[in-house]
Design a protein around this ligand. Sequence first.
Ligand code: FES
Length: 104
Amino acid sequence: MIVTFEKAGERFAEELPAKTNLVVRAGIRKFPWPHLRYGCGMGKCGKCACRVLAGAETLPAPNWQEERVLVGRLDEGLRLACQLWPEQNLTLTQDDVQVAPPRP
Ligand code: FES
């Protein structure tokens, strides 16, 4: 699958194995590092929130962490990269995406 990350008018793309978690990869300094913003890796902080520009229909429904962190934002096409193990081509951006972590 090809993952494309758009940032400030630039496009970065790489072919990755299916079911690759992008935050795990960024954590070991592989694409989409250094472009992807992320934090906890556990669906809590919201820093990895991305807008899915293409391929959203190939993703499973949001899990409970995404529903909690992205409350009211799922309709904008936002997903938490740390909670995704995509299997097909995906295009993402974090431009203009800011998500505050939920209150404990
Ligand atoms: S990295 Fe914290 S919610 Fe995804």
